[in-house]
Design a binder for this molecule. Structure first.
Ligand code: CA
Length: 219
C-alpha cells in the first residue's frame, strides 16, 4: 500500500515514515503543500496523511484543490488538538478522517488501514433503509438506485444511521463511534451531517431536536 505523507516537521515526518514503513507501507513524502498537491495529481496513492499547517500552500487548500479536480484519494488530516474549527473546515474540504496531534503512531496506522479498507471495494452484504441501499463490504451506497459519491466518513455516518432502525442517534454518540472520544465534537458532526444532506437531498436525514439524527422512514 502506497501512502503520501505530507508533513513539514522533519522530526515528525522521519519518525512517522519509519513507522509506516515498518508497518508495510510504501511511503512517499512531501514537506510543503505545493509539492503535495503536485504529487497527488501525478501519482496514485492508497491514502494521504495531510498535516494542515504547511509552507507554500496550506493543507486545507491542497485538499480543496484535489477535490475540485475530482481526486477522491482517501485523506487523513492531522489537526491541532481541540481545534473544532479546523475539523469543520476539514470536513467541508473533503477530509475522510482526522487525528489530533499529538497522536500515537499505532493509532494513525490503524486509522489508515481502516480508511484504505473502506475505500477499496469488496463484494458483500446489502442493507436497505427506505430509498437508501448500503453495500457493507464495498462500502458504497445508492439512493433510489443512483450511486452516491461518499467519503469514508460520510459512509460511516450513513451506515450508523441505517443500522439504528429509525432510532435517533445523538451527535455525541456519532462523534464517539466515528472517532473515539475527544477527536470529533458536535460542531464537526453537524458539519458532516450537513455535507451528507447536500448529497442525499432534503428529508432523508431528520434532526430530532434534543434526540439526534435519524433516517426518515420509508415513504
Ligand atoms: Ca505543520
Amino acid at each position: 500500500m502506497r501512502v503520501l505523507l505530507v508533513e513539514d516537521d522533519p522530526t515528525i515526518a522521519a519518525r512517522l515514515a519509519d513507522q509506516l514503513a515498518a508497518a508495510g507501507f510504501h511511503v512517499d513524502r512531501a514537506s510543503d503543500g505545493e509539492r503535495a498537491w503536485q504529487l497527488g495529481g501525478e501519482e496514485t496513492f492508497d491514502a494521504v496523511i495531510l498535516d494542515l499547517g504547511l509552507p507554500r500552500l496550506d493543507g486545507l487548500s491542497v485538499l480543496r484543490r484535489w477535490r475540485a479536480e475530482g481526486n477522491a484519494v482517501p485523506v487523513l488530516v492531522l489537526s491541532a488538538r481541540g481545534s473544532w474549527a479546523e475539523k469543520v473546515e476539514g470536513i467541508e474540504a473533503g477530509a475522510d478522517d482526522y487525528l489530533a496531534k499529538p497522536f500515537e503512531p499505532a493509532e494513525l496506522i490503524a486509522r489508515l488501514r481502516g480508511l484504505i479498507r473502506r475505500a477499496s471495494g469488496r463484494t458483500g452484504n446489502v442493507v436497505r433503509a427506505g430509498p437508501l441501499s448500503l453495500d457493507l463490504f464495498r462500502a458504497t451506497a445508492t439512493l433510489e438506485g443512483v450511486p452516491l459519491r461518499l467519503t469514508p466518513l460520510e459512509y460511516r455516518l450513513l451506515d450508523m444511521l441505517a443500522h439504528a432502525d429509525g432510532r435517533p442517534v445523538p451527535a455525541g454518540e456519532i462523534a464517539e463511534r466515528l472517532h473515539g472520544t475527544d477527536s470529533l465534537d458536535a460542531n464537526a458532526v453537524e458539519a458532516l451531517v450537513a455535507r451528507l444532506r447536500r448529497k442525499l437531498g432534503d428529508g432523508v436525514i431528520e434532526t430530532r431536536r434534543g434526540f439526534g439524527y435519524r433516517l426518515a422512514g420509508p415513504a
